[in-house]
Ligand binder design. Structure first.
Ligand code: GLN
Ligand code: ZN
Length: 753
């Protein structure tokens, strides 16, 4: 009779950790104060878990920025350039996470990438030939000691060696395989240290084995664990997986000496089949991932109990678990005091999920039928607001509704003529820094302290100022700055029918950044024009083109909590039609360039290649095409994508049929440029020339060098120059300085053409 969570959120119910780390970075609090706040948050999590009846308190899941970066630092995988800064360990850690610039020293941050198919981001561990992997830290053990002082049953977790090597970047000659022995030796030292504590379970996370695996991968995995598990340990070891199934390696997993296996029965489409066909070893414990760690809906107990009953294990060998870490959901539904109770009763965040585990445990092991009936009632009553007009519009779509004409090459000629832009046109991604005054005015407006006119007047002033600034700085295609938007998805959701919003349902995205995804609750449609007034106002202030700025349907969908009663395809098509209405409205009002951001398109790409098209791209690409298929040939459609490892899906990106795309590239060393060249990428493209996720200011020379690199691979008439993402989170001083350097680097390059 046991229940388990894979991990818990850590930003704090009121984003305390965000506030604290940001204060620390500004020098407003010191390291001890930061540690105290973190300890308070850990304590509270553990207490909450204990009170809920959870079998083991989860430790090892806390982080100041990212767990994989923690692991890299624990194992001394810290590139020399950060060590050379001669900072204390915490500041060395933050330098890797955020970059460092002070007193003439300037180092970029490590690359930031999306964690599997989530909107959480990890920092890529960097190994070079001089990296000496060894156990070099002790926060993991300190936390364990702290938890054990108050709680008896404690587990800890650690990302495993295989996933570390899979996600790592190897900058020298030595590759993953060469580092494996040293990595295993370091994990053995971790085992030795853990032996000194009264630890119940060590959870080793190996999500990387849900990818497609080669024979070499399997061999490496086996080699690692045969060796590691031979190290004596007085705790049990659970090999934990999530975000998919382990079809390529299950045979090996059951042979190896793990005490438990954690399998995901929700995203792991074949998990049930695999354990059904191949059986589950009687000497291992199955941590059955049956409670969704990613969605925010109440668990349907009947369905879950039925699933549990199908598992080929005895009660003694079964642990009811979440499907992945609860890091990906908000804290507490009870904080949503303004949400209607008929909606609220269907929601479950991290705290509620703890209770659900407890309920499931009581039903499954002790036959508590009352809890089952009570739960069933909630599901009997669920009513998502339906809109038959929207449903009909989706049904009536024809293939031709998804195709824009004429073909892109012809449009390109017309557009070059219409806009007459210089070579290497400069632009930005949309948002400008949301300075304190912007946040203050928004909050005053929301509280009713200023009225709509006053707020609008303020926004208009900001727009006027930033248009003027861009003109003076010499930008070619301008933006209005997105000051009116709190968040690129929330803003649109608020203006569309079918969405509901939360007040405090924050989910960590990276480091101190958290997002508050809206909930798709009913059928979606555009209630009224959304950005038309703002865009036309901005355009009225200048002769240069100002881009209309929209969020695309796939991103709105991926960054919301989706419905589960209709298919993703159905949902995303509804959103696409709503955004299409807005696109056509902007065009009608004279907006000649419209950017439809698909920041999150890459994010939900299935982890297995065989599923890419059938499970995702086959509806995601058409949804985007639907949005812009009806505009005039001379209207230029831009799109933007973030942190995109899209080397493998370049043809699909080209197939979106946008005219121009900008994307993140600077933190991944522009490696994508080669791929674009190889694939004869047709869309005009602005690979981000500097990293906006760090406060560091790139010099003109540096940007000039980057543009050179791009032009070495791509034809000049296809290239745009822009930063790699929106500037909303940055300060103004660093932004203006960086952008001025961007323009001068471009001008210098033009002069050399
Ligand atoms: N247009 C948005 C902005 O500039 C894009 C943000 C994003 O890509 N995440 O903020
Ligand atoms: Zn972006």
């Amino acid at each position: 009779m046991s229940t388990n969570i894979i991990g818990f959120p850590r930003i704090g119910e009121n984003r305390e950790l965000k506030r604290a780390t940001e204060k620390y970075w500004k020098g407003e609090i010191d390291q001890d104060q930061l540690n105290d706040i973190a300890d308070g948050l850990k304590d509270k999590n553990w207490q909450k878990q204990a009170e809920s009846g959870l079998t083991w308190i989860a430790t090892g899941d806390f982080s100041y920025f990212d767990n994989l970066l923690d692991l890299a630092n624990l194992l001394n995988i810290i590139p020399k350039r950060y060590k050379d800064l001669k900072l204390n360990p915490l500041d060395t850690y933050f330098a890797q996470a955020r970059g460092y610039q002070s007193e003439g020293k300037s180092v970029k941050a490590l690359p930031l990438k999306k964690w599997f198919n989530t909107n959480y981001h990890y920092l890529v561990p960097e190994f070079d030939d001089d990296t000496e992997v060894r156990l070099a830290g002790d926060t993991l053990f300190q936390d364990l000691t702290k938890a054990l002082k108050k709680h008896k049953n404690v587990k800890t977790s650690l990302i495993g060696p295989f996933t570390l090597l899979k996600l790592g970047h190897f900058s020298g000659e030595k590759q993953a395989r060469n580092f494996a022995p040293a990595v295993v030796a370091a994990y053995k030292d971790i085992f030795k240290k853990l032996n000194e504590h009264q630890l119940a379970w060590l959870q080793i996370d190996e999500p990387a084995i849900v990818f497609d695996l080669s024979d070499d991968d399997r061999a490496l995995f086996k080699e690692i664990y045969k060796d590691l598990l031979s190290e004596k340990h007085n705790f049990k070891v659970n090999l934990q997986t999530y975000f998919g199934d382990v079809r390529d390696i299950y045979d090996d997993l059951i042979e190896l000496d793990f005490d438990g296996l954690g399998l995901d029965f929700l995203e792991g489409k074949e998990s049930l089949d695999i354990v059904g066909k191949k059986g589950f070893p009687a000497d291992k414990v199955l941590f059955a991932g049956v409670l969704n760690g990613k969605n925010i809906w109440r668990n349907n107990y009947t369905a879950t109990i039925n699933l549990l009953k199908k598992l080929p294990v005895t009660e003694d060998n079964l642990v009811i678990s979440t499907s992945c870490s609860l890091l990906h959901v908000p804290y507490n539904v009870d904080n949503e005091t303004e949400l209607a109770s008929d909606i609220k009763q269907h929601l479950s965040f991290a705290y509620q999920k703890l209770n659900e585990l407890n309920d499931l445990n009581a039903i499954y092991f002790d036959g508590h039928k009352d809890k089952l009936d009570e739960n069933q009632k909630v599901f009997d009553n669920i009513q998502h607001p339906a809109d038959t007009a929207v449903q009909k519009r989706v049904q009536d779509l024809k293939d031709s509704d998804f195709v824009r004409s004429p073909e892109r090459a012809k449009r390109e000629v017309l557009q070059k003529k219409r806009f007459n832009l210089p070579e290497l046109p400069t632009t930005t991604i949309g948002s400008f820094p949301q300075t304190k005054d912007v946040r203050e005015n928004r909050s005053r407006f929301r509280k009713g302290e200023i009225n709509r006119e006053q707020y609008q007047e303020f926004i208009d002033e900001k727009i006027k100022r930033i248009i003027k600034w861009q003109e003076e700085a010499g930008f070619d295609v301008l933006v209005h700055g997105e000051y009116e938007r709190n968040d690129m998805v929330e803003y649109f959701g608020e203006n569309l029918a079918g969405f509901v919003f939360t007040k405090k349902a924050w989910v960590q995205s990276y480091g101190s950044r958290a997002v508050k995804p809206p909930i798709i609750w009913g059928d979606v449609s555009r209630k009224h024009p959304i950005s038309v007034a703002t865009s036309t106002y901005a355009q009225s202030l200048t002769d240069k083109p100002v881009k209309g700025m929209l969020t695309g349907p796939v991103t709105i969908f991926n960054w919301s909590f989706p419905r589960e009663d209709i298919s993703p395809k159905e949902s995303v098509t509804q959103i696409a039609l709503a955004i299409q209405d807005e696109v056509l409205d902007l065009e009608k009002h004279g907006i000649a360039i419209i950017q439809i951001d698909e920041a999150a398109l890459r994010e939900k790409l299935p982890l297995r290649k065989t599923d890419w098209y059938s499970q995702y791209l086959d509806w995601a690409v058409p949804a985007f095409k639907l949005v812009h298929s009806r505009v005039q040939p001379e209207t230029q459609i831009h799109t933007h994508m973030c942190y995109s490892e899209f080397n493998d899906i370049i043809p699909a990106i080209d197939a979106l049929d946008a005219d121009v795309i900008s994307f993140e590239a600077s933190r991944s060393d522009l490696s994508i440029i080669d791929e674009l060249k190889k694939n004869h990428f047709e869309t005009e493209v602005g690979p981000g020339v500097y990293d906006i996720h760090s406060p560091r200011i790139p010099s003109t020379d540096e940007i000039h060098g980057i543009i050179q690199k791009i032009l070495a691979k791509l034809p000049v008439d296809k290239v745009w120059v822009n930063p790699d993402c929106g500037l909303k989170t940055r300060g103004e001083a660093e932004t203006f300085a960086s952008l001025e350097n961007l323009v001068s680097a471009t001008k210098q390059t033009r002069a050399e053409l």
